[in-house]
Design a protein around this ligand. Structure first.
Ligand SMILES: Nc1ncnc2c1ncn2[C@@H]1O[C@H](COP(=O)(O)OP(=O)(O)OP(=O)(O)O)[C@@H](O)[C@H]1O
Length: 312
């Protein structure tokens, strides 16, 4: 007999894995653009903690699906639910605040801002201070010891000035805006480290190599602390080594507790990293299953895998 059986206070080990909860549900969504049916009664769910691939040939409706989930488009019919709450018809910024973040097929960064500032823009949406509050330093909070201005000068007027500043901050507190800015900068730097581009933190985004720009987009999307991160063809234009690195990054994002939805054309990349794959064709769902099941599905082979390699 095992120790657990003999010990009455030992925790019970479940024999069956607990099924993951649905994080997002697409429920019978149709979207028409005039005569074009971009999505035709699509239903699928994204489970908490999984990496889900969304694939299909050009024009199948993948980006439109992202746009419906993130509030860019309102579906003609059907519903999107996030953590059980209906989000259909909400504005993109409201949905982002709920915890869905995305990157774009065509990189969208602020080209003249530094890499660090681009990520800080994402983290700003979490700030509590309003614009007047920030301008007039309206809110003051008691800083922690490590947040107080440091006294570093060994003597003279500079030391006296530093001591006065420190004493003032101790007595009257620091502006919440300044503390939020500092915290945002630390967090942005940590995200740049996480995606592996911290060495170029202060370079303008437009001067970064292409691969860095793509990873910067991911860091910025992570800045909003999403529960669900939607990546729209993040490996477009990558060489095999860069794709391999990206696979590692996607896994590490999931290991941080973020669920990932991945639109990708590169089949090997999708097969190598996803737990499950949903396949669209002409706006309809034609398959939904584990990568090895989907890759054997005759409809998928005909619709997608059968395409010439350069189309994939
Ligand atoms: N704003 C729009 N107005 C009209 N038609 C649109 C619009 N957006 C998408 N479509 C159409 O909807 C269909 C699905 O397009 P979508 O961009 O979602 O496909 P996709 O699977 O992402 O393709 P790709 O892999 O080429 O990006 C296409 O026929 C497209 O032309």
């Amino acid at each position: 007999m095992s120790d657990e059986t003999n010990n009455p206070v030992a925790p019970k080990i479940p024999t069956q894995p607990v099924p993951a909860k649905n994080l997002l549900e697409i429920d019978d969504v149709t979207l028409r653009f005039g005569g074009v049916v971009a999505l035709n009664g699509i239903s699928f769910e994204i489970k908490e903690g999984e990496i889900l691939g969304l694939i299909g040939p050009n024009g199948a409706g993948k980006t439109t699906c992202f746009n419906v989930m993130t509030g860019v488009y309102k579906p003609t019919s059907g519903a999107v639910r996030f953590r059980g709450e209906r989000v259909t018809g909400r504005k993109p910024h409201q949905i982002s605040r709920l915890g869905i973040s995305r990157t774009f097929q065509n990189i969208r960064l602020f080209p003249e801002m530094s890499a660090l500032e681009n990520v800080m823009v994402g983290t700003d949406s979490r700030h509590k201070t309003s614009v007047p509050g920030a301008l007039f330093r309206l809110y003051r909070v008691r800083p922690k010891e490590e947040e107080l201005p440091q006294v570093t000068a060994s003597g003279g007027i500079v030391r006296t000035w530093q001591q006065v500043r420190r004493g003032f901050a101790k007595t009257f507190g620091l502006s919440r805006h300044i503390l939020e800015e500092r915290a945002a900068e630390d967090k942005a730097m940590e995200l740049l480290r996480f995606v592996g581009i911290a060495d170029r933190a202060n370079d303008e985004a437009r001067n970064l190599p292409y691969g860095y720009q793509r990873r910067l987009e991911i860091a910025r999307a992570l800045g909003t602390e999403p529960k669900l991160l939607c990546l729209d063809e993040p490996a477009a234009g990558f060489n095999p080594a860069e794709k391999e690195e990206l696979l590692g990054l996607i896994r590490r994002i999931r290991d941080k507790g973020v669920t990932v939805l991945l639109i990708e054309h590169d089949m090997r990349l999708v097969m190598g990293v996803t737990d499950r794959i949903v396949v669209l064709e002409f706006g309809s769902k034609i398959a939904d299953g584990r990568p090895e099941e989907v890759s054997r599905d005759p409809r998928v082979i005909a619709a997608y895998l059968g395409e010439p390699a350069d189309a994939a």
